[in-house]
Design a protein around this ligand. Structure first.
Ligand code: GLY
Ligand code: MN
Ligand code: MN
Length: 362
């Protein structure tokens, strides 16, 4: 799997007239390393030349890098030496000289590190953008399988948590139940901090989950996801109402509008549709019902190795393998809000819903 990706990158290097590309992850901040090599640790530099590929990492990861990244030659960072010394070692092994043009990922390297690298690395360093990200936009069959499984488990967690939503329980307690179950069923972490927004807090699309106690009849937005096998993320939102009292009639109306907007957008999704057109379907639906000003964020985003996966939204329409969230919402300050979010994969003639957790019926 990763060797195919590596070959695509090596071809892209030639097209961009780069002799090599440096791809660094530090504290796990760059999923391009995982995507290309399979290495899932927190610290490494990949040195990819047109013909060779190296992984520079430290002793915490020697064994793991050997196992996880078999297509990459391991360069061991020695204690007391700099990572850049070992990058130079890799460049020398690839017979690249000082005049070689070596890219670094401008989106992932702080200016301070770029300054140090430009002094220490024996090559002509040049800032590059989106060289790896362009491949991550469209998921292959293996990735879709992992995302489908991630979403299946996430929906199971939702099913388990719904009965725990009761008057008197706090947002934090619900979030804890979600997080604990994600881990129990296989997640290695959260794709973002779980959002549990109750009552008036549900008017904030990204409320900071707190110790507010749920009250009967009010809405609760639960937005959460896990990082699962292979590093793939899920991202689901469901809105429920706390049992014990009938929800406000306007809340029920809002729920139906948001759900129908979600479904309308999903039905419109197929290869060739632009992100703007997709967004417009839900926005028009909500707008025609008088709630335009209350749908305050975009309809969705690309999903993959991070919850907000890289995508050139302006220039790249949907195609087979785009994985996208569909998450319309209506938020009314002082009253409350509803969001319903699904993860969808674009197919040859439409879209498959990966998050099959049930909606409410009124
Ligand atoms: N929870 C982040 C999002 O849905 O985009
Ligand atoms: Mn979400
Ligand atoms: Mn989302």
């Amino acid at each position: 799997m990763s060797s195919k990706r590596l070959k695509s990158l090596q071809l892209a290097l030639a097209k961009q007239r780069l002799d090599a590309l440096l791809i660094r992850t530090f504290e796990g901040d760059n999923q391009n390393v995982l995507y290309l090599s399979g290495f899932s640790g927190t610290t490494a530099v990949l040195v990819v030349t047109r013909k060779k590929a190296f992984i520079v990492t430290d002793a915490r990861y020697f064994l793991r890098a050997g196992k996880e990244a078999p297509d990459f030659q391991l360069v061991k960072v020695q204690r007391g030496k700099k990572v850049s010394d070992h990058v130079n070692e890799a460049l020398a092994m690839a017979k690249l000289t000082k005049s070689a043009k070596v890219g670094f990922e401008a989106a992932h390297i702080p200016v301070a590190v770029a300054k140090v690298w430009s002094k220490e690395i024996k090559a002509k360093l040049t800032a590059s953008l989106n060289v790896v990200e362009q491949f991550r936009q469209y998921k292959d069959a293996g990735e879709i399988k992992l995302l489908r499984e991630a979403c299946r488990i996430t929906c199971r967690v939702y099913d388990e948590v719904v009965p725990l939503v009761k008057a008197g329980v706090t947002e934090n307690e619900i979030a804890f139940e979600i997080d604990m179950r994600l881990r129990k069923h296989g997640a290695v972490g959260n794709s973002f901090p779980s959002i549990v927004a109750s009552g008036p807090n549900s008017a904030m699309p990204h409320h900071a989950t707190g110790d507010r106690k749920l009250k009967a009849g009010e809405p609760v937005i639960m937005d959460f996801g896990g990082i699962f096998r292979g590093g793939y993320c899920s991202d689901i939102t469901r809105t429920v109402f706390v049992p014990g009292k009938e929800p406000h009639p306007r809340m029920k109306e809002i729920y139906k509008i948001v759900l129908d907007a979600n479904k309308a957008a999903r039905k419109a999704l197929k290869p060739g549709v632009t992100w703007r057109q997709f967004d417009k379907v839900a926005r028009d639906y909500i707008g025609e019902r008088g709630y335009a000003e209350y749908f305050t964020h975009g309809l969705g985003h690309s999903l993959g190795l991070v919850a907000h996966d890289p995508y050139d939204y302006e220039h790249c329409p949907f195609d087979v393998g785009t994985v996208v969230t569909d998450e319309p919402g209506i938020y009314i300050d002082g009253f409350g809000g509803v969001r319903i979010e699904d993860d969808l994969v674009v197919t040859t003639n439409g879209a498959e819903r990966l998050t099959t957790a049930p909606y409410l019926k009124f």
